[in-house]
Design a protein around this ligand. Structure first.
Ligand SMILES: Nc1ncnc2c1ncn2[C@@H]1O[C@H](COP(=O)(O)OP(=O)(O)OP(=O)(O)O)[C@@H](O)[C@H]1O
Length: 209
């Protein structure tokens, strides 16, 4: 499954902000970098189908060969993770993970147990998320997103709130868990881009090294 941005162009008041014409292969991480306000989050919003009305978009988005440009966000099968992705405080850790599973998924408990195990949280499904460490919470948020079986993963500064030691762990964990997906990472941090190991571009498609 690949994610193709086919002449994707976003303008605001006639001014070009984003211009991307590329394919992110399954298992590839494309990093988008650039100064604050250049349009990185806007590019992700367009890809997921939630572009604010202040912007105009042209071009097409294909996921797994299917044109999803006019498919509503909730049907796009894309997972989006932000830097301060909060867990639902009224649900247990397992309940949070279960929230990611599509309704009617068979073997829910087994799937949740697997995700807990992948997150290094074996047997902690009944815990209140408030009792987890920041790193544990970040891993649960990622696993919750992945349990929704996305066909692409979009990451918006996912590591920037973590302290330095955890950040390394979380990068390795994220890219290992997302190994089969086309992934777009938005970051300010060149170390994130290095850890991602793929192409690093500006939102107008210029290569950054
Ligand atoms: N909903 C909106 N309506 C109108 N303009 C917006 C909206 N959201 C963002 N903008 C503007 O669009 C531009 C790009 O914003 P965006 O958040 O995509 O930048 P960014 O590169 O992700 O920045 P940062 O690195 O600070 O998160 C900015 O000038 C911002 O003020």
């Amino acid at each position: 499954m690949s994610l193709q941005l086919d002449k994707l162009r976003i303008t605001q008041d006639g001014r070009e902000m984003v211009s991307l014409d590329l394919t992110v292969a399954a298992g590839e991480v494309l990093t988008l970098m650039g100064p604050s306000g250049c349009g990185k989050s806007t590019a992700l919003a367009a890809i997921i189908g939630a572009l604010p009305p202040a912007f105009k978009m042209t071009g097409h988005i294909h996921l797994g060969g299917k044109d999803v440009t006019n498919v509503p966000t909730f049907k796009r099968r894309m997972g989006l993770l932000f830097q301060d992705d909060v867990l639902f405080p009224h649900l247990s850790v397992g309940g949070n993970l279960g929230f990611g599973l599509p309704r009617g998924t068979p073997d829910r408990d087994a799937r949740i147990a697997e995700a807990l195990s992948a997150a290094g949280l074996d047997g902690m499904g009944k815990r209140d998320p408030a009792t987890l460490s920041g790193g544990q919470r970040a891993r649960v948020a990622l696993m919750r997103t992945l349990l929704s079986a996305p066909h692409a993963l979009l990451l918006d500064e996912p590591f920037s709130k973590l302290d330095a030691g955890l950040r390394d762990q979380m990068r390795a964990f994220t890219f290992a868990q997302a190994r089969d997906l086309p992934t777009i990472l938005v970051t300010h941090d060149i170390e994130d881009a290095r850890a991602a190991g793929g192409r690093v571009l500006s939102v107008t498609g210029t290569s950054i090294s």
